[in-house]
Design a protein around this ligand. Structure first.
Ligand SMILES: [Mg+2]
Ligand SMILES: [Zn+2]
Length: 234
């Protein structure tokens, strides 16, 4: 069941999308942001999207590292994002794998992508509006997880996807080659949606007053922020 809140999120896969994919790595020294990520995170934040990292970490279940080792990765990504002026709102890890060796973690769970659990749990916990949120990932499992959570999704195709197994929910809204291009696509989609809402408001007002709405002109420009009037109120 999708829980909705007021804040919009950019759910972001970690390995191969945000940082270099180094299998089972928990060494902060080997964590590097991919090209376009700093700029992309900044523009997502500017467009009002709260960045939330959602990542499968089967290395815990498979015995490659402890769950607590992921804390060092969080600190490291916080520092790299912080240097770009961006605050990561939350990290959601799936430590499970059905073929794992660690008791408690060797399970078929609801959070391993393509399941939507990481996103829906984070939304419930942090009051995120899934319908107006996006998933950004480098494989089709990310896309499916985003869609199953009720979000839209962009694939950053950097060669991580090799199977291209199609199916329900596995067709992204856009395919791009860099993270900042995904951010630009999402910001543009948000602008289009705001324009549409502003256009609807103009049409509704016109219907109310029995006048024709100058739709063409009104849809072109930036809409008046919905909260502008509220901000001026005492
Ligand atoms: Mg990935
Ligand atoms: Zn899980």
């Amino acid at each position: 069941m999708a829980v909705t809140g007021r804040r919009r999120a950019a759910f972001i896969d970690k390995d191969g999308t945000l940082i270099d994919d180094v299998p089972y790595n928990v060494d902060p020294a080997r964590v590097t942001l991919l090209p376009g990520v700093a700029e992309g995170l900044r523009s997502l934040q500017r467009a009002g999207y709260v960045p939330v990292i959602v990542s499968n970490q089967p290395g815990v279940a498979l015995g490659h590292f402890e769950y607590s080792a992921l804390r060092a990765i969080e600190v490291c990504i916080d520092a790299l994002a912080g240097a770009a002026g961006v605050t990561i709102a939350a990290y959601a890890w799936c430590p499970h794998h059905p073929a794992g060796v660690r008791p408690g973690y060797a399970v078929a769970c609801e959070c391993r992508k393509p399941a939507p659990g990481l996103l829906t749990d984070a939304a419930a916990q942090h009051g995120l509006d899934l319908r107006n949120s996006w998933m950004i990932g480098d494989i089709l499992d990310d896309i499916e997880a985003g869609h199953r959570a009720g979000c839209r999704a962009v694939l950053v195709d950097r060669g991580g996807e090799t199977q291209w197994q199609r199916g329900p929910g596995r067709t992204p809204e856009a395919v791009v080659s860099r993270f900042d291009h995904a951010a630009a696509f999402i910001a543009a989609a948000a602008r289009r949606r705001r324009d549409r809402v502003a256009g609807d408001a103009v049409r509704a007002a016109a219907a109310l007053h029995g006048t024709a709405a100058p739709l063409g002109e009104r849809l072109e420009g930036e809409p008046v922020p919905q909260h502008a009037a509220r901000r001026r109120a005492p």
